[in-house]
Design a protein around this ligand. Structure first.
Ligand SMILES: [Zn+2]
Length: 420
């Protein structure tokens, strides 16, 4: 754990050199450069919580070809520890993934994993979700850990609140996040890492503006919108994003944290967001909730038992070009390990396709019609599923039971709550 005082003068950031290639309304296609390669936006960053994309091999990852990968500071700090990863070549050498990496600051995990976490001006003390031992994380610790992990982009330590929260609590979290971000900027010592600040403020546009105003004087290389997708609902989230992006500098990447539902991505891209991360593709993939152009397919449902058609006829992934829905259902029903891999692989492919198609559409000036067309078809599929589900009391009973089982499992394994 680093304990040295911040350098008097922090080193310069690498020049990300963001270039806007094309824009349509507020939507934009950009490219920026990290020490390990270019990032083309809009981009989706898959979440390798513990330096591994769950269920996915390196070869499969190479085929997905993400521009940039995300790993979790909190989880890697606990296991295997940042010192070991640093000795083994940082995230790039340790994992063998030589492209760009981004690490989060641990702020989200410490506030969501331990309801009893104690906050003070220097950071947070919480209990490890592994063994209950005390863990200390604050701006100084978050910078030390992330410098050892060695990602190209690193995140400032922030105070993230679950919603709903009182205005007083949100305002205090904004002010604390501003102070902590300044402490992170002062504490960093590496010249090759770009520090992003995280904007807080819940769904209140005035507090979001206050947060932006506090962070802009630090002139950071990038800005993230945090503290959303934490229970506020889609409309409130859209409004918060819409209110925030116009306040951000055009020349810096904008990153919306933890958002990964297909339609939410399109809304945020339309609002001018460049970068996304989310555990949903792999989490839903493991559960057998598989995205298609016609909405989510619950592959374990009885209706797929004899279905010889592909999961998504327009998807070029290994799953959709090789297997039938009937076979996929069989793998999920029998608990085969490959079910997890195939479900995750398809959902990741689907989300990459969506974001890359959105980028192409922006480059060719047809993003609005692309997004509208995608939405219409996707929502129609979801509505058809809902109508069939509502008309079948047996299906409704089964999904209530499955939901009950999931909730019971979740309360047994609280530590997995934020685990990809
Ligand atoms: Zn597929």
């Amino acid at each position: 754990m680093p304990s040295s005082l911040p350098a008097a003068e922090p080193p310069p950031h690498p020049d990300l050199g963001l270039r806007i290639e094309s824009s349509e309304g507020r939507a934009r296609a950009t490219v920026f450069e990290t020490p390990h390669g270019l990032v083309h936006t809009p981009t989706f960053m898959p979440v390798a919580t513990k330096a591994s994309l769950k269920g996915i091999t390196h070869g499969q990852l190479a085929a997905l070809a993400p521009d940039i990968m995300l790993a979790n500071t909190y989880h890697l700090h606990l296991r295997p520890g940042e010192a070991r990863i640093e000795r083994l070549g940082g995230l790039h050498g340790f994992t063998g993934w030589r492209g760009p990496w981004i690490t989060d600051s641990g702020g989200y995990q410490v506030f969501s994993l331990d309801a009893l976490a104690k906050v003070d001006e220097g950071g947070v003390t919480l209990r490890s979700h592994l063994d209950g031992s005390p863990v200390r994380l604050g701006p100084i610790e978050a910078m030390g850990i992330q410098e050892a992990l060695g990602a190209d982009l690193i995140m400032a330590f922030d105070h993230c609140l679950g919603l709903p929260a009182s205005r007083e609590a949100l305002q205090a979290a904004v002010a604390r996040t501003t102070r902590w971000t300044a402490a992170c900027a002062a504490a960093r010592t590496r010249e090759d890492q770009a520090l992003f600040g995280i904007i807080q403020g819940g769904t209140d546009p005035l507090l979001r503006a206050e947060s932006v105003a506090g962070l802009l004087p630090l002139d950071l290389p990038g800005y993230a919108i945090g503290g959303l997708a934490v229970g506020e609902g889609g409309a409130a989230m859209r409004a918060a994003v819409d209110a925030t992006t116009p306040l951000l500098p055009e020349t810096k990447p904008r990153y919306l944290m933890g958002v990964g539902q297909p339609l939410d991505l399109l809304d945020a891209i339309a609002a001018g967001v460049d970068m996304f991360d989310c555990v949903l593709p792999t989490r839903n993939g493991r559960r057998g909730w598989l995205w298609t152009r016609d909405g989510t397919v619950r592959i374990a449902a009885h209706q797929h038992a004899d279905d010889e058609s592909p999961l998504d006829a327009e998807c070029a992934c290994e799953v959709c070009t090789t297997h039938s829905r009937a076979y996929l259902r069989h793998l999920f029903k029998t608990g085969e390990h490959t079910a997890v891999t195939l479900g995750s692989l398809h959902n990741l492919t689907f989300l990459f396709d969506l974001v890359r198609q959105a980028r192409q559409a922006i480059l060719t000036g047809r993003f609005a019609s692309f997004a509208a067309g995608f939405r219409t078809r996707y929502e129609a599929g979801e509505a058809r599923w809902q109508a069939a589900h509502d008309a079948d009391p047996e299906a409704a009973r089964r999904s209530r039971e499955a939901q009950g089982r999931r909730e019971a499992r979740r309360s047994e394994t609280a530590g997995d709550a934020t685990d990809a």
